[in-house]
Design a protein around this ligand. Structure first.
Ligand code: UD1
Length: 419
């Protein structure tokens, strides 16, 4: 196993150019099963989850090739409807292959998905959505058998705006005759991007970004080249690193409006933020100030995927910060490791109360989930001495060689083989 060794206490400074968003690219790769003809996804991040998704598409009969930052998908050989168990368990996003496989093959066999250990992560809403489109689903033995012979357009109501379930239904419905409406749809920017991709293929989808999405089925879709939106979570992570380590970080190829929940909190902490059309710059103060309360919520609320990184930044801020994780029930696993680094954090249920300390110190810690792992690297940058973040592989799921990006900002970080 590999780890990151971080020598903290140095300010960082420089620019980070954002690539396509992991959470936009994964559903887009799934949707690349739908058209007649190949697709090219530009600015595709070379991260583990993307590689795993490409491998799954390959086992279904497609041919995926990554070249010069562009993922090319040739789906002409698509011939299987059974998702491979090992790979599907590696990434939870494999669940939204259900929609496109059903749309193309009218049947699908899918093992229960895997992914980060951040809670129960049920898939009842995905199944509810597909059942509303006439899919018959049998569950048993850790496998879902889906029969889509009777699929039809329809109305789907979600009692919670699940990102993945919304995407699944959009893809399942894109080729069904008639109009499908998703009510109480998730409104994340990545949903708008999936709409953008489906429409680039010749689809008729509207309303993404609002709670009501309308999908008018078309007979066929055609291949297309597409550039996904930049990664707001990777961007937010590097801004947090700049805030916690002290220094100046500028994001290039960013969409400032997608980062507003994060930049507003960082402002509250005393950071100076400047935005241009596609840039966001952060200048950290001498010492960060605590923020009053941060509650994660579906978009446009504060993104749960930035909670851990903000918690790290709060560890050395002056005053008391309160964080409430409302989206996932088990997403504070990084707290125990931060405490080993000298952080003063009390957890009660889904709430963490962070009393800022003057300084963190290096320690041996373990990345337990993707964003929690990134948070430990951030804490390592801010801490005095050496931090070893074990299990770097889990961070590679969502960040393309994070150590290289941080080194370009002047951080002292190496990838090491763990003893
Ligand atoms: C997506 C993101 C993930 C992010 C999350 C919330 C991708 C690849 N992943 O995950 O990074 O943290 O959105 O912004 O885009 N739920 C159910 N039943 C379901 C589905 C979800 O109860 O069928 C619950 C989940 O357990 C969780 C909440 O709904 O508590 C949010 O999940 P959801 O919006 O579906 O997130 P994902 O699509 O899994």
């Amino acid at each position: 196993m590999e780890g990151f060794r971080v020598l903290g206490g140095e300010k960082i400074e420089g620019e980070v150019c954002l690539q396509g968003a992991k959470n936009a690219v994964l559903p887009i790769l799934a949707a690349a099963l739908l058209p007649e003809g190949g697709c090219a996804i530009r600015s595709c991040p070379d991260i583990r989850d993307v590689r795993a998704m490409a491998q799954i598409l390959d086992t279904l009969g497609c041919r995926c090739r990554m070249e010069n930052g562009e993922m090319q998908i040739d789906n002409s050989g698509l011939c299987r409807w059974e998702m491979p168990e090992g790979l599907s368990k590696q990434i939870r996003s494999s669940v939204f292959l259900l929609g496109p496989i059903l749309a193309k093959m009218r049947r699908a066999t899918v093992p229960y998905p895997g992914g980060c250990e951040i809670g129960l992560r049920p898939i009842d809403l995905h199944l509810k959505g597909l059942r509303a489109l006439g899919v018959r689903i049998e569950e048993g033995g850790g496998v879902l058998e889906c029969d889509g012979q009777g699929m039809h357009a329809g109305d789907v109501y979600f009692d919670y705006p699940s990102v993945g379930a919304t995407e699944n239904v959009m893809m399942a419905a894109a080729l069904l005759p008639g109009v499908t409406c998703v009510h109480n749809a998730a409104r994340e920017p990545e949903i708008e991007d999936l709409q953008g991709f489906l429409n680039a293929l010749g689809g008729r989808v509207s309303g993404a970004g609002t709670a009501l999405i309308r999908i008018e089925g078309v007979k066929t879709l055609r291949g297309a080249a597409y550039t996904p939106i930049p990664d707001r979570i990777a961007g937010g992570t590097y801004l947090c690193a700049g805030a916690a380590a002290g220094g100046k970080v500028t994001l290039l190829n960013a969409r400032p409006r997608d980062l507003i929940p994060v930049t507003e909190k960082l402002r509250e902490m005393g950071c100076r933020i400047h935005t241009g059309e596609s840039t966001v710059s952060l200048e950290a103060p001498e010492r960060l100030r605590a923020f009053s309360r941060l509650r994660t919520a579906p978009h446009p609320g504060f993104p749960t995927d930035m909670q851990a990184q903000m918690l790290s930044a709060a560890c050395c801020a002056e005053g008391t910060s309160v964080i409430v994780e409302n989206v996932f029930e088990n997403r504070l696993a990084h707290v125990a490791d931060l405490q080993r680094m000298g952080a003063d954090i009390r957890v009660s249920g889904r709430t963490a109360v962070v009393q800022g300390v003057r300084e963190l110190h290096g320690a041996r810690v373990t990345a337990r989930d993707l964003r929690g792992g990134a948070a430990l690297v951030i804490a390592g940058l801010a801490a005095r001495g050496e931090t070893l973040v074990e299990n770097a592989g889990i961070i590679d799921r969502g960040y393309a060689r994070m150590e290289d990006t941080l080194r370009r900002l002047g951080a002292r970080i190496d990838r090491v083989r763990e003893a």
